[in-house]
Ligand binder design. Structure first.
Ligand SMILES: Nc1ncnc2c1ncn2[C@@H]1O[C@H](COP(=O)(O)OP(=O)(O)OP(=O)(O)O)[C@@H](O)[C@H]1O
Ligand SMILES: [Mg+2]
Length: 392
């Protein structure tokens, strides 16, 4: 996957003379030290990250951790104090005024939490506004605005006034406005945070649905870890202007790495986050002969007997696998087994762990790739419940 956006050692000090503060930060002092010594606020402290093309990349952290500063640095609404921001390899920090205007107009667009709709203009005119500023001819921008309004499900509302729309619908207009520019990088700063929970979930679903066809690169800022898990292909967690953790949602929940991050993960519903693949033990072909294949994780473990077409004939216990591996006997398969797909969520897998049959894991084309241990499934679902109990 190519990288659309790369941020390298980015610093932001809110000051005309950031040099002393930068020197302190580079020497290992922190935001609070700089504030105390110099009275200057640090927004970003040595942030580096890469956003793959087509990702929904979440920036998450408590209030004041620097999320919006990061977002605003990317199109230089905030001027970075040091570092590089590469968009498809071009350094945004090195752009002159016209170059920057071009980036804001056609390559990166932003959706804010509280963005203003022009109250005395119809919805469609609001969507067209940016296109008009770009000098797009009237007929063309009207067509484009109608197109994006229908993408966000507001075609019927195009000729209504903004005050006739609900909060969620207005947020969709903001989204439509960002989509209208055809920029392939979208920065959404707390775009759904002001919505009530039901509408918010609906907008999250909508974004996931849209992303399947739009395939934009989205930098989505939120202080809500559940939202980050729900939407994110990757999550970067910030604290005091620093990036403290970065990874996939599953990876972060599994290994928070610090108390700060662990605190966010406590109430996570692991059964819905993790899939069978994340807890399975991988199987390998250990013996093969007479049209049969023995698959197990190692020579002493229980496994499966397959035919030459990779169909599962039955299960083998550890002793049978071991003796087959020693070449002693052609194994006879035992009885029953269950199988689940690798992408099945643990909440659904758990229901099948009750029986005494081994559970095989198959990939998309039905090939057996792993085996599940009921204990491990339950351990993964239950991890964090203890920590949660301390929490309350
Ligand atoms: N224009 C500014 N001048 C001075 N300090 C600023 C400015 N903008 C932000 N800050 C400071 O920079 C730090 C990061 O702020 P930022 O708005 O990026 O946080 P955030 O993570 O977006 O928080 P929130 O979740 O509340 O939106 C804070 O300490 C804030 O006080
Ligand atoms: Mg913010």
């Amino acid at each position: 996957m190519t990288e659309r956006l790369r941020i390298e050692n980015l610093y932001k000090v809110f000051s005309d003379k950031p040099a002393p503060a930068l020197a302190m930060l580079k020497a290992g002092r922190r935001k609070s030290d700089v504030l105390e010594a110099l009275g200057q606020v640090v927004g970003l402290d040595d942030v580096s990250l890469g956003v793959p093309s087509g990702a929904i990349y979440m920036i998450m952290g408590l209030s004041g951790s620097g999320k919006s500063t990061l977002a605003r640095c990317i199109n230089r609404l905030n001027e970075p104090s040091a570092g590089r921001i590469l968009l498809d390899g071009d350094d945004i920090c090195a752009l002159d005024e016209p170059g920057l205007r071009e980036v804001r107009r056609s390559r990166i667009s932003m959706v804010f939490q509280h963005f203003a709709l022009l109250p005395n203009r119809r919805v469609i005119e609001n969507v067209e506004f940016g296109l008009k500023l770009r000098g797009m001819p009237a007929a063309e921008r009207r067509r484009r605005a109608e197109e994006v309004l229908s993408i966000v499900g507001l075609a019927r509302w195009a000729y209504h006034m903004p005050q006739e729309l609900s909060g969620g619908m207005r947020q969709r207009v903001g989204l439509a406005r960002a989509l209208a520019t055809e920029a392939d990088v979208l920065i959404m700063d707390e775009a759904f945070s002001a919505l009530d929970p039901l509408i918010r979930t609906e907008m999250q679903d909508e974004l996931l649905r849209l992303q399947k066809t739009l395939n934009k690169t989205i930098l989505f800022i939120t202080h809500d870890f559940q939202e980050a898990l729900r939407l994110g292909t990757r999550i970067a967690i910030m604290a005091d202007g620093r990036l403290v953790r970065e990874g996939t949602p599953q990876n972060i929940v599994m290994e928070p790495g610090s108390d700060y991050v662990a605190a966010f993960t406590r109430d996570v519903d692991r059964a819905r986050l993790f899939d069978a693949r994340s807890v399975m033990t991988a199987l390998a072909p250990l013996w093969q002969g007479q049209g049969k294949v023995v698959m197990a994780s190692n020579a002493g473990a229980a496994g499966f007997l397959l035919d030459a077409q990779a169909r599962v004939l039955g299960t083998l216990d550890g002793a049978q696998v071991a003796s087959a591996c020693r070449g002693e006997a052609v194994p006879q398969a035992n009885g029953q087994f269950t199988s689940v797909s690798a992408s099945m969520r643990l909440i659904d897998v758990a229901g099948r762990c009750g029986g005494e049959h081994p559970i095989g894991v198959t990939d998309d084309d039905g090939t057996l790739i792993g085996v599940l241990d009921a204990k491990q499934v339950l351990a993964r679902i239950g991890a964090g419940i203890g920590a949660g109990a301390q929490h309350v």
